[in-house]
Design a protein around this ligand. Structure first.
Ligand code: GDP
Ligand code: MG
Length: 152
């Protein structure tokens, strides 16, 4: 099933100049970037985005981390892409993330794990609508879809 996922390169990724390299991984996999923008998140939006963690002891640090610089908010589309992207991202704690995953290759600390990706279709829908207007999402067909999917 075709899905959309909300993927966000966190401020550490942008400041470490890893944004292009990370997005390239998704492109090379065959996934389609359908929206992206650089923005500095305010604390209201950060708190909404991470609302499920509001009672956790790390919540304040998490909000401060995510508002500490520009992020690259992105929507990615592809077959079953929500779980596919989570696998590419790797475990929340980069020290437990497999080599070959984004966190396993580029990060060390849980509190500086460079990327966010939606964990379910419901989260994806919520997060996409939090960050993007419908008009900011671009619908288009990739010319090589039959090379990526058996049944495009
Ligand atoms: P994710 O879905 O893999 O990003 O992980 P979670 O949804 O569980 O947590 C959201 C984000 O909060 C993580 O990506 C981390 O940036 C941060 N986080 C989670 N657990 C901890 C923790 O124990 N300490 C700190 N400092 N940050 C955490
Ligand atoms: Mg999460």
């Amino acid at each position: 099933m075709k899905q959309r996922s909300f993927v966000m390169l966190k401020p550490d990724a942008v400041k470490r100049r890893l944004a292009g390299e990370v997005l390239t991984r998704f492109e090379k996999r065959g996934l389609k970037i359908i929206a992206t923008k650089m923005m500095i998140i305010d604390s209201d939006l950060a708190k909404k985005h991470y609302g499920e963690h509001s009672e956790k002891p790390f919540f304040k640090d998490l909000v401060n981390y995510i508002i500490s610089g520009p992020v690259l908010a992105t929507v990615i589309e592809g077959e079953e892409c929500i779980s596919l992207i989570r696998k590419m991202v790797g475990a929340t704690n980069p020290q437990e993330a497999d080599l070959g995953t984004i966190r396993g290759d580029y990060a060390i600390d849980t509190g500086r794990n460079i990327i966010h990706a939606s964990d379910s279709p419901a989260s994806a829908a919520r997060e996409i609508s939090l960050f993007f207007e419908d008009s900011e999402i671009c619908e288009y067909t990739l010319p090589d879809e039959e090379l990526i999917y058996e049944e495009p």
